[in-house]
Design a protein around this ligand. Structure first.
Ligand code: PMP
Length: 419
């Protein structure tokens, strides 16, 4: 339990951030009025004063099942009683079961998986697999993409600010426009892989036209480049489909996952590949890609429970229904405040509200927080506010979030003198 003195708690946390973590980040968070998170359940986070917030930032998409899901917690607790981390030298029962379950859930013949601890690690693994399987070096990715911040994933991401201090990055990387399949054959002809998000999340929630991923699939088939779908954010129900690729009914060669795979309890990442691709890379070298913590018993127990809940509780359908409600509500606001909102985009419960100016988010997000709703910018595009609540969100909660967004947008309009 917490110290009764909530004021002390807030200043302690701030001091610790300032002295031991990240002074500029501490200042920015303080200026934007960030509270201290102390407890979370379902769609709600409580701060140090006991105030409740509907979590529409959703940990950038981690909390598909909501916070502290009781079935995932129970599975992890039970697993901890017998064995938490893998000893590595013996067979691990839960890892085997989680891999089987993931293969059953995944589209087409995706089958062999590798388990790690984060999205960026999953992307690193997929890039390595593609190079080993094809014997080619070049990796093609999309402008404005986000794939993580370890050096390989960073190299194929698309934001200069995140890349500049770390150059030179991975060589043999080419970026092309997102959502445009023309000319793909030329650029993929000598490539190991094309890495693409089914919807660009951090790039500002960019939704490609239907059929784009099908054209990607066909271009990869013609050129021998592997199609790597980065489903770290779009996968496991987020877009109102089990996987983002299902929107176009295509099967990639490799799919990366993390975020929702953890059930919101333990970090988990994975990539899963078609057997022929995997065999070309690793049939004769089973230990060239490994991770000490990856595939631990507790992580796999969490993932198994999370995959069960996702299916048994009908969360994919709820993401589709509530997503439509959220998108339509945002569109109505955009029509009413065109000088504040430029455009609204989204699929399922991944919705982006593009503002006419980057600065307006600095008014809107704190105003939403005051009204008891969290929201966040997208990492590559600060003009876009993302709304990404747990897939368990209810109709009433979506209404509450829309009311908070309306209050924020109205404040921005008022400051502009345009109400
Ligand atoms: N790929 C995509 C599509 C993502 O959205 C993210 C995180 N936002 C990542 C990779 C990186 O995941 P992580 O932060 O777990 O490394």
């Amino acid at each position: 339990m917490l110290d009764n003195n909530t004021q002390n708690l807030a200043s302690d946390v701030f001091e610790n951030y300032k002295r031991y973590l990240n002074p500029p980040l501490a200042r920015v968070m303080k200026l934007s009025g960030s509270p201290v998170e102390v407890r979370a359940q379902g769609t709600t986070i409580w701060d140090q004063h006991g105030k409740a917030y509907l979590d529409f930032a959703g940990g950038y998409g981690v909390f598909t099942l909501g916070h502290s899901h009781p079935r995932v917690i129970a599975a992890v607790r039970e697993q901890m009683e017998s064995m938490s981390l893998s000893g590595k030298t013996m067979f691990n029962v839960v890892l085997g079961r989680a891999a089987k379950r993931l293969a059953e859930l995944s589209p087409g013949d995706l089958r062999y998986s590798f388990w790690c601890n984060s999205g960026t690690e999953a992307v690193e693994g997929a890039i390595k697999l593609a190079r080993a399987a094809t014997g080619r070096a070049k990796v093609v990715a999309t402008l404005n993409a986000y794939h993580g911040k370890t050096i390989g994933a960073l190299s194929i991401s698309g934001r200069e600010t995140f890349q500049t201090p770390f150059r030179p990055l991975l060589g043999d990387v080419e970026h092309i426009g997102y959502g445009d399949a023309s000319g793909l054959d030329d650029v993929l002809r000598d490539a190991a892989a094309f890495v693409v998000e089914p919807v660009q999340g951090e790039g500002g929630v960019n939704v490609p036209a239907a059929g784009y991923l099908r054209e990607v699939r066909e271009a990869c088939d013609r050129t021998g480049a592997l199609f790597i779908a980065d489903e770290v954010q779009t996968g496991l129900g987020r877009c109102g489909f089990l996987f983002g690729c299902d929107r176009d009914g295509v099967v990639p060669d490799v799919m990366t996952l993390a975020k929702g795979l953890s059930g919101g309890i333990i970090p988990v990442g994975a990539f899963i590949a078609r057997p022929d691709v995997w065999n070309r890379a690793y049939a004769k070298q089973p230990l060239v890609h490994t991770s000490t913590f990856g595939g631990s018993e507790i992580a796999c127990a969490a993932a198994l429970a999370a995959m069960d809940v996702l299916e048994s509780d009908g969360l994919v359908q709820n993401a589709s229904d509530r997503g439509r409600q959220l998108l339509e509500g945002c569109e109505a606001l955009a029509a009413q405040f065109p000088h504040v909102i430029r455009e609204v985009r989204g699929v399922g419960l991944l919705v982006g509200v593009e503002l006419t100016s980057e600065g307006y988010g600095g008014w809107i997000i704190p105003e939403m927080l005051k009204a008891g709703v969290t929201a966040a910018w997208t990492l590559n595009q600060q003009r876009v506010i993302r709304l990404e609540p747990p897939l368990v969100v209810t109709r009433e909660e979506v209404e509450t979030a829309l009311a908070a967004l309306r209050a924020g947008v109205a404040t921005a309009a008022e400051k502009l003198g345009r109400l």
